[in-house]
Design a protein around this ligand. Structure first.
Ligand SMILES: NC(=O)C1=CN([C@@H]2O[C@H](COP(=O)(O)OP(=O)(O)OC[C@H]3O[C@@H](n4cnc5c(N)ncnc54)[C@H](OP(=O)(O)O)[C@@H]3O)[C@@H](O)[C@H]2O)C=CC1
Ligand SMILES: O=C(CO)[C@H](O)[C@H](O)COP(=O)(O)O
Length: 470
């Protein structure tokens, strides 16, 4: 006789995230079963967790208590479709499938449509925190079929990180693909956060000639103040690390060619599709793409002219300006990310809980930062905030820091140091605070060559001018 199905949850995909989430679930007292195509991963999982690791999806499903809960942690794209195709004939109405990978939200929309009528409850859940977060407590952003939430809530909230006030970093995001959309925006902000930190490092290195060890101390100091965040902390650690073989700072030995898996690009594409201004997120993606053409850059560095100036100012004062510039740019990037979510909210009618989202990003995830508590408070003051920049707290932060952002961007331009994310954050700030922009001339140009019409400030309606004089 086969044993009574009793596992609380099945993990499909026992790689970096899957295995660590399984260990986390096991530690929290849940009975876990796991499956991976790779036999060695199944064996390692069974050894580390003491849980069952059946050899087929059929046996996996048979080991689960009903209604069944399955968490997919396979690579985004075709593997998710493959697993779903294998699972579908094995599942019944009321069973819950959670895709915890970095799935593009449009794929989640498609899969929800494909499962319609099956009774299977589908959840797209963004998970952030990397290997360590998966093991100790990630931030989790589930969205999809709300009927699944009462059943999966105790499981997901038990394994999630907790913010300082004890609130779990996992809450219901909304219907359809909202969970994966929010995770995509998280990653877009992550790209911008990482790029602005890299630009701060680059400026201190290129203009002030600072060594990684000195910059490690600077970042460690910043991490104790208003820039307190996981990414600043790990930057300090990285800069302090010495290569054992050569005795040199390890960071100096790492090739300056960035890779990417696509979530930042998707966030930028979504911004373009939804008509949202998110230049700092997009520039963070472009900063990776230009870094990747290293051979061309090396060749161009011997051909193309740039300024010869060397830095002559007060180094200590400049480091403080860079800190303020980093804070200002960070606020601009978060403002863009929240604008992107607001536009999706309008488009799809998701009713996204912006304050809750900021709250659950306070711990566990890669962008966790002190600033997120301020964002949570901003949305508590005004749930319909048109832009984070106009919240009273953040308007004051920008009032205090925008001049440093200007000075740093100007210094970078004068010395020929590329800081695309700082520059686009400043342009974003200045564009958003400008009551008048030159789009009046642009509209006239469109009307001139294409009779596209324009609107006037002094009366309603659409107008066309016959611009060319005979
Ligand atoms: N790593 C990270 O820091 C984070 C990753 N994510 C996301 O989580 C998901 C998983 O990532 P990660 O754990 O890093 O990836 P890994 O590649 O480490 O693990 C994925 C696992 O899924 C297995 N797999 C692939 N296809 C199937 C299938 N059809 N059936 C069963 N198992 C399968 C793979 O096996 P094999 O290797 O043999 O193909 C592999 O063991 C991705 O969407 C990723 O973007 C999200 C947050 C952070
Ligand atoms: O989702 C994550 C964290 O939240 C991953 O770390 C992210 O996918 C890394 O992205 P990339 O490889 O494009 O830098």
């Amino acid at each position: 006789m086969s044993p009574t199905p009793s596992a609380d949850i099945a993990l499909v995909g026992l790689g970096v995230m899957g295995e660590n989430l399984a260990l986390n679930l096991h530690r929290q007292g849940f009975k876990v079963a796991g499956f991976d195509l790779d036999e060695r991963k199944r064996d390692s999982f069974a050894q580390r967790t003491g849980a069952t690791a059946p050899r087929s999806l059929q046996e996996l499903v048979a080991s689960l208590a009903t209604p069944r809960v399955l968490l997919l942690m396979v690579p985004a794209g075709a593997p998710v479709d493959e697993v779903l195709a294998g699972l579908r004939p094995l599942l019944a109405a009321g069973d819950i499938v959670i895709d915890g990978g970095n799935t593009r939200y449009t794929d989640t929309q498609r899969r929800i449509a494909e499962l319609e009528g099956s009774g299977i409850l589908y959840v797209g859940a963004g998970v952030s925190g990397g290997e360590e977060g998966a093991l100790r407590g990630p931030a989790i952003m589930p969205g999809g079929d709300a009927q699944a939430w009462p059943r999966i809530r105790p499981i997901l909230q038990a394994i999630a990180a907790r913010a300082d006030d004890g609130v779990p970093c996992c809450d219901w995001i909304g219907p359809a693909a909202s969970g994966h959309f929010v995770k995509m925006v998280h990653n877009g902000i992550e790209y911008a956060d990482m790029q602005t930190i890299c630009e701060a490092y680059f400026l201190m290195q290129q203009l002030l000639g600072m060594q990684p060890r000195q910059m490690a101390e600077v970042f460690a100091g910043w991490g104790r103040g208003e820039l307190s965040s996981y990414l600043v902390d790990i930057t300090a650690d990285i800069l302090a690390r010495v290569d054992e073989e050569t005795g040199r700072p390890l960071v100096d030995l790492i090739a300056d060619t960035a890779e990417q898996k696509g979530t930042g690009k998707w966030a930028s594409q979504a911004a373009l599709d939804l008509g949202v201004t998110a230049p700092t997120i997009a520039d963070a993606v472009f900063a990776r793409t230009v870094s990747a053409v290293r051979e061309q850059r090396v060749a161009a560095s011997g051909v193309l002219a740039g300024p010869q100036a060397s830095f002559t100012g007060d180094a200590t004062a400049f480091v403080e300006q860079v800190r303020q510039a980093l804070l200002a740019a960070k606020v601009c990037a978060y403002a863009q990310g929240f604008q992107l979510m607001a536009a999706a909210d309008q488009e799809f009618g998701w009713q996204l809980p912006f304050g809750t989202i900021a709250g659950l990003w306070r711990a566990g995830c890669i962008i966790r930062a002190k600033l997120l508590e301020d964002i949570r408070r901003a949305y508590a003051r005004d749930a319909a905030l048109p832009n984070l920049l106009v919240d009273e707290h953040f308007a004051q932060v920008l009032a205090r820091c925008h001049q440093s952002l200007r000075d740093v961007v100007a210094a970078a331009a004068r010395h020929g140091v590329a800081v695309p994310a700082f520059m686009s954050a400043l342009a974003y700030y200045d564009s958003y605070r400008s009551a008048r922009l030159p789009a009046n001339l642009l509209q006239a140009q469109r009307d001139y060559f294409g009779a596209h019409t324009y609107q006037r400030l002094d009366r309603p309606g659409k107008f066309h001018t016959k611009w060319a004089q005979d």
